[in-house]
Write a protein that binds this ligand. Structure first.
Ligand code: AMP
Length: 361
């Protein structure tokens, strides 16, 4: 089976690493000459709205999937005429726009921060008057890794905020005084079969994910599965979906969903029976899903900008290196390490060892 992937970054690369043993081959459509997935499959170098190359991709593959959600809607609609596309155009439409996404959560009874659609500075002033400060202003689309958002603490932060984010449609959200951030990675097959990985606790720095730790028997697991299950059913979703929550007052508030494999699920490559990448491919290909059971205690640490010396990373016991083959760049995710340890105290020790390597390299 040949899988077409829109996007050829590290997520596409890891999909191919998981799918190749299943007998799958891959074609990636990505305009970047150095798209790092090209080491693992055919690289169709073209813009995401280039109809000739999209048609070529559709003719070559059995189905198309995505490694990022900001794909133009017309691209998805165009491809859908010729080849099955998972997740669906509707799932992408909702997930790429924070207003549609939060409105869906609200309709499904999933708690969220207070939110308002912002089309002008006047809308923002009115929303701040009702939601209050502090609040977070976010562009409705194209935000990632903390980009496209602004924390509004005091009235002076509000006066020019809409223009500062580019005068594009935005969402204002009440600030959530969270005690933690967790994500749930779920997978749903074409036949509706659904599995959930254990909740993951995530730590960010400067808006970028640094550390994910998979939990054991998290008290909010069942609640998170209930919320995510509602979304999967609503969207008749096929594939892996990541759902990020704020932990607050002993409950959960929905932050956002990603309709794809997700950075907070990378630990599953070594830390779970079947990884998020393999399970995404199984789901979109109509194959039976694999077990999401955790193996031992597991965590993932991102390498941002640069990968520490390979020999030092792999010298750490229980540590598995994933080097994306990307050039150094400040703030760029260039690799990660997965830890899989027999117990929690060993895991904590090994996290400290990798963090120290990151600090000193
Ligand atoms: P996002 O791109 O929406 O995931 O936001 C990036 C990060 O900003 C989150 O992981 C949080 O740490 C923080 N953040 C986003 N929205 C809020 C909010 N409404 N209240 C508090 N912190 C937030």
């Amino acid at each position: 089976m040949k899988i077409g992937v829109i996007g050829g970054g590290q997520l596409g690369r890891m999909l191919a690493l998981a799918g190749t043993p299943l007998g799958m081959s891959f074609a990636f459509l990505d305009p970047a000459p150095d798209a790092c997935a090209q080491a693992l499959g055919e690289h169709i170098r073209a813009d995401y709205d280039d109809k000739d190359h999209l048609r070529r991709l559709a003719d070559e593959v059995d189905l198309v999937t995505f490694e990022f959600e900001s794909v133009p809607a017309e691209t998805v609609a165009f491809l859908s005429q010729f080849v099955p596309v998972y997740p669906s155009a509707e799932s992408l439409r909702i997930a790429r726009d924070r207003w549609f996404e939060k409105s869906m959560f609200k309709d499904l009874g999933i708690p969220t921060p207070d939110f308002a659609d912002i089309q002008s500075q006047a809308d923002l002033d009115a929303a701040v008057a009702s939601i209050g400060l502090p609040a977070v202003l976010k562009t409705r689309t194209l935000g990632y890794d903390g980009k496209g958002q602004k924390l509004l603490r005091k009235p002076a932060d509000v006066s020019n905020a809409f223009a500062e984010l580019g005068s594009v449609p935005c969402l204002l959200e009440g600030f959530v005084p969270f005690t933690g951030e967790v994500s749930l990675i779920a997978v749903r097959g074409r036949d509706g079969e659904t599995c959930f990985y254990p909740l993951v606790h995530n730590s960010h720095e400067s808006g970028i994910l640094r550390l994910s730790v998979a939990s054991s028997n998290h008290p909010l697991q069942a609640l998170a599965e209930d919320y995510v299950g509602r979304v999967l059913k609503q969207l008749d979703y096929v594939g892996v979906l990541a759902f990020e929550f704020f932990e607050v007052d002993g409950g959960l508030k929905a932050n956002e969903i990603a309709p794809r494999v997700h950075n907070s699920g990378h630990w599953t490559i070594e830390g779970a029976e079947c990884s998020q990448f393999e399970n995404h491919l199984r789901a979109v290909a109509g194959l039976p899903l694999g077990s999401t059971a955790k193996l031992g205690e597991s965590a993932m640490l991102n390498f941002i900008g640069d990968v520490p010396p390979v020999e030092k990373v792999i010298a750490i016991e229980d540590c598995h290196l994933h080097h994306y083959g990307k050039a150094f760049k400040v703030g760029r995710k260039v690799g990660h390490a997965t830890l899989r340890c027999p117990d929690r105290s060993t895991l904590d020790r090994q996290i400290t060892a990798v963090e120290s390597l990151i600090r000193h390299s």
